[in-house]
Design a protein around this ligand. Structure first.
Ligand code: ADP
Ligand code: MG
Length: 712
């Protein structure tokens, strides 16, 4: 084998003196921004993989390595009797045939070296037939079996060793990188392109991480990390390399977030509300329960924020049912007791109405004016309420995004409930205008892991309510087999007889809300005519006229209905404490957060509550895993961690739509400590003033993304 043309530099990164001069700007367009050249067809293939520039190539590290150090001559592998072997050779004739099992295909060829040959067998690798050619050199790893007609290798992994543009890839360490490739661009082609890039610029890649941080965390230089990430010479080098790049990525993201926050803060302009006053005290005294310790701590943090002209930007996280609403109400009271205005914005009418009911109970008795604004309030009435708000009267406005069409001349506190449902642009709209900059409290519907919160909402301060009100019993959760469906209904009737109420959530229909609504109505009719004929059943869904839906929800809340058949309109926030049974149809098709949210609709009173999960006809393995997780775990935070581990962080920043890339190297489920470190380091950099290079690198990598997200 020839020597690999790219020889990675050693890892000198822990030595500050070895650092190359820091670049004057970031990025260097000639060095890293240079577009990849080559034939048109190949370029199209590269672009489809998201690879446009030299930098893209260098950042796209291999996802695994084929270890050539395990390779043995074929004869020796056969004689050795080991089940698990790696061999290299030339490919012979290729045969493809279907098997008896429908849809499954088998691909076979021989692989020969100087000492002997084996038969290679792949199952269901259709596209392989197109890339594999007789005479190609191939490394294959798998399970060896000896049969009457010779040695057979069931291939687990393999790599073509020479594509058309490929230099001999056997790196000095015998680790052959395997890239995310496609039918148009093979991993061998990518290896060649990366080799070129490394040879051309590999030793000139600048490093945005300040030297002292790199030295403190004993991280290699970026240039060495990039080289070793592609062409490690020893096992483990690529892990060090990835870790270094992940740290950098997290540092730049945290820095970009905190710099963004700084810019927002610098505008100042919030009204400092001082310490809580008499009205706040009366609010607290009027609550029908004592606040939990976690609620108290949240309020202390909020009170501190409100006492500053730096606008509050706090994310309030808590498990379903942890009591975020009273905390939010307390914040609203703080504005009106000063003669200012406050607003609470909810993502749906159902939820906004529920907050209105809460406000009627908790705020109006204190003499606080509450103004409800949503699409379903008649236009004339809306105009009257809007006029009063626009005249600057001290009110608590509650509503949906209908609030956004109102100018608040004295808006001092804004609470955004279930904020992930709002476009952030909409939020900015409300807080803009002529008046003061409001203090903003954001609330999430379901808990998200801290690592995710720091990433997606890293420009906000974070308060976690990590305690449920006393006396809550865990909701008994079970997956009900189809054969027991009738028993399930009989049992619901029993519960109703005992004075309880139940929800039945209908299957998600992703294609169409109309179809979903119709299915819910049919299910309600079916239940009312059959298994639940003895109890009072009604239906609520998003396609009903608002007034109709409100009537149903109100009747259910008042206990005039026993069973509410609904689509996910009840997912968020609905609070009927007498409801103690939640039935979810096709439960495996819901996301884990959504399931937890739905289950959170029961278990709000002192009674034992139940969640019955009916699976769809053909659940996927992931679907079953989700149900299993829900049965076993009560805590929303734990479920959120499981969800994160199951789904990965692909859509973390909520950017699925924008198509912007999220994180390339860091993994939020496993890099938590690295993230915490990056967060601390970024915070210190911001305090002390980051140098131009790291600042520019952060803006370059994440600035536009954050701007787009926050639109502020
Ligand atoms: P979430 O955090 O899911 O929005 P809510 O604010 O809707 O939770 O509160 C859930 C239920 O718990 C409500 O019925 C509320 O009145 C009640 N609650 C809130 N705080 C307490 C407390 N400290 N003690 C007892 N019950 C509480
Ligand atoms: Mg809530």
């Amino acid at each position: 084998m020839r020597e690999n043309p790219v020889v990675p530099a050693p890892f000198p990164g822990v030595d500050a003196l070895a650092a190359p001069p820091r670049p004057r700007s970031w990025p260097d367009p000639a060095l890293l921004g240079a577009p990849i050249g080559g034939p048109k067809r190949r370029l199209e293939g590269l672009h489809a993989l998201g690879l446009h520039t030299r930098s893209d190539l260098l950042e796209a590290l291999p996802f695994r390595f084929e270890d050539l150090r395990q390779v043995r001559p074929i004869a020796e592998a056969i004689l050795g009797g080991d089940a698990d072997v790696t061999v290299i050779g030339r490919v012979g004739a290729i045969r493809e045939r279907p098997t008896r099992r429908r849809g499954l295909r088998i691909l076979q060829t021989t692989l020969s070296d100087d000492t002997g040959s084996v038969t290679l067998t792949w199952f269901n690798q259709r596209h392989l037939a197109r890339t594999l050619e007789p005479g190609a050199r191939l490394v294959a790893r798998g399970t060896l079996k000896l049969g009457a007609r010779g040695a057979d290798l069931a291939v687990r992994s393999h790599e073509l060793l020479d594509g058309p543009d490929d230099a001999e890839p056997a790196a000095a360490g015998g680790l052959v990188p395997v890239y995310h490739a496609s039918a148009r661009v093979s991993t061998a082609v990518l290896r060649g392109l990366v080799d070129d890039a490394l040879r051309d610029v590999g030793d000139r890649i600048p490093d945005p991480v300040p030297v002292d941080l790199r030295v403190r965390h004993r991280l290699p230089l970026r240039r060495d990390a990039i080289t070793a990430g592609h062409r490690p010479r020893r096992q483990g080098e690529q892990r060090t390399a990835r870790r270094r790049l992940a740290y950098e990525e997290l540092l730049l993201l945290q820095l970009a977030l905190l710099l963004h926050r700084d810019r927002v803060d610098a505008r100042g302009g919030a009204v400092p509300l001082g310490p809580p006053g008499a009205l706040s005290e009366r609010f607290r005294a009027g609550l029908p329960f004592a606040l939990t310790g976690a609620q108290e701590r949240a309020l202390e943090a909020i009170d501190r924020d409100l006492d500053s002209d730096r606008p509050m930007q706090r994310l309030l996280e808590g498990d379903v049912g942890s009591g975020k609403t009273v905390v939010a109400f307390a914040a609203l009271v703080r504005a009106v007791e000063q003669g200012g205005q406050a607003a609470l914005m909810a993502p749906t009418e159902v939820l906004a109405l529920q907050h209105l009911r809460g406000a009627e109970r908790l705020l109006e008795p204190l003499g606080i004016e509450v103004a409800y604004l949503s699409g379903d309030v008649p236009e004339r009435e809306r105009r009257v309420r809007r006029a009063r708000i626009e005249a600057g009267e001290p009110v608590v406005a509650i509503g949906t995004h209908a609030l956004l069409h109102t100018a608040f001349p004295r808006l001092e506190v804004l609470v955004v409930d279930e904020q992930h449902r709002f476009g952030v642009a909409q939020r900015a709209q409300l807080s803009g205008g002529e008046g003061p900059v409001p203090h903003v409290l954001h609330m999430t519907a379901t808990p998200i892991p801290r690592s995710l919160a720091l990433t997606a909402f890293g420009d906000l301060d974070l308060t976690v309510i990590d305690e449920l009100p006393p006396g809550r019993q865990p909701v008994k959760t079970s997956v009900v087999p189809e054969a027991k469906r009738a028993d399930g209904y009989a049992w619901i009737v029993e519960q109703v007889r005992a004075g309880r109420q139940a929800y039945v959530v209908c299957p998600l229909v992703e294609e169409s809300a109309e179809v979903e609504a119709r299915a819910a109505e049919e299910e309600a009719a079916r239940l009312a005519a059959g298994p639940l004929a003895q109890v009072r059943v009604a239906c609520a869904h998003g396609q009903q006229p608002a007034a109709e839906r409100q009537r149903v929800m109100a009747a259910f809340a008042a206990g005039d209905l026993d069973v509410l058949v609904a689509t996910t309109v009840i997912e968020v926030g609905v609070d009927v404490s007498n409801a103690s049974v939640m039935v979810i149809e096709d439960a495996d098709r819901f996301g884990l957060a959504q399931l937890h949210q739905l289950r959170g609709r029961v278990g709000r009173g002192a009674e034992q509550s139940y969640c019955l999960l009916y699976a769809s006809a053909e659940p996927t393995p992931e679907g079953e895993q989700r149900l299993d997780a829900l049965v076993r775990h009560r805590s929303g935070f734990e479920l959120a961690e499981i969800d994160l581990a199951m789904r990965g962080e692909g859509r973390l920043l909520g950017l699925a739509q924008s198509g912007a890339s999220d994180l390339r190297h860091a993994r939020l489920d496993t890099d938590r400590r690295l993230l915490e470190r990056a967060r601390e380091d970024a915070a210190r950099l911001v305090r002390e003033g980051p140098d131009d290079v790291v600042r520019a690198a952060a803006e370059e990598r994440f600035g536009a993304l954050i701007q787009a997200l926050r639109r502020a």
